[in-house]
Ligand binder design. Structure first.
Ligand SMILES: CC(C)(COP(=O)(O)OP(=O)(O)OC[C@H]1O[C@@H](n2cnc3c(N)ncnc32)[C@H](O)[C@@H]1OP(=O)(O)O)[C@@H](O)C(=O)NCCC(=O)NCCS
Length: 184
C-alpha cells in the first residue's frame, strides 16, 4: 500500500522530502523550540539532516514511511515535514514545522489532508498519532485534523531534549466503526 507523492491544499503543497532539502531540515532540526518534544536528538551538524533526508527518500521507495515537505504555495518556502506510516488496518503520522511558520494553521492544514486521505482508504480503519501531554499546540493540530483523545500512555517514547528516557504520550485517533471479529 502506498500514499500519494503529492497533496495540494489551499495554501500548501506536500511533496516528497529529498536530500536537496537537507539545509531546510537543519533549519528546524537544529533548533531548540521545534525539537523540544521530539524523539530524536537535536541535530548538531548539517550531515545529520542530510542523513535524515536520505532516509526519507529510502523510506518512500520501500514504503516504510511517506515523508512530505510542507511547502507554502505562495512563496515556495519549505515550512516543515509531515510523515505518514501505513500499517493496515491502521496508519500513524507525525510532523514538525520551522518555528518561523508556526501559528498560521499550516500544520493543521497539512495534517487534515493526509488524515482525510488515509481514513478514506478501505484498508485503513484507524488513523492515530501521539503527542507529549504538555504539547498543547500539537494536541490542537490533532483535534483540528479530526482525531479525538483516547488515552495517555506511560513509558511510550524517549525525548532526549526533555531528558526523558521513556516519557508519556497522549494517543489521539480517528477510527471507523468497530469491525466484527473474523474475516469476510
Ligand atoms: C505543533 C506544531 C506542528 C503546530 O504547528 P502550527 O502550524 O503552528 O499549528 P497550527 O497553526 O495549525 O495551530 C493549530 C492550533 O494550535 C493552537 N496552538 C498553537 N500553539 C499553541 C499553544 N502553545 N498552546 C495551545 N494551543 C496552541 C493554535 O491556536 C491552533 O488552533 P486555532 O486554529 O483554533 O487557533 C508546531 O508547533 C511544531 O512544529 N512544534 C514542534 C514539533 C512538534 O511538537 N511536533 C509534534 C510532535 S507530536
Amino acid at each position: 500500500m502506498r500514499a500519494p507523492d503529492t497533496f495540494q491544499t489551499d495554501r500548501l503543497t506536500l511533496r516528497p522530502v529529498t536530500r536537496a532539502d537537507a539545509a531546510d531540515v537543519f533549519a528546524y532540526a537544529g533548533q531548540a523550540a521545534p525539537t523540544r518534544f521530539m524523539p530524536f536528538v537535536r541535530h548538531r551538524e548539517l550531515a545529520e539532516s542530510l542523513a535524515f533526508a536520505v532516509r526519507c527518500e529510502e523510506a518512500r521507495v520501500s514504503g516504510a514511511a511517506f515523508p512530505w515537505a510542507i511547502v507554502e504555495r505562495a512563496t515556495g518556502a519549505f515550512t516543515g515535514v509531515i510523515e505518514l506510516r501505513l500499517s493496515p488496518p491502521k496508519a500513524d503520522f507525525g510532523y514538525i514545522l520551522n518555528e518561523a511558520a508556526w501559528g498560521r494553521g499550516f500544520a493543521s492544514e497539512a495534517a487534515s489532508a493526509i488524515v482525510a486521505w488515509a481514513i478514506a482508504q478501505p484498508q485503513i480503519n484507524r488513523v492515530w498519532a501521539t503527542c507529549h501531554p504538555d504539547n498543547a499546540a500539537s494536541a490542537a493540530v490533532l483535534k483540528k485534523a479530526g482525531l479525538g483523545y483516547e488515552a495517555t500512555l506511560a513509558n511510550w517514547e524517549a525525548r532526549p531534549q526533555l531528558g526523558e528516557a521513556a516519557g508519556p504520550s497522549c494517543v489521539y485517533a480517528l477510527t471507523k466503526p468497530a469491525q466484527q471479529p473474523g474475516f469476510a
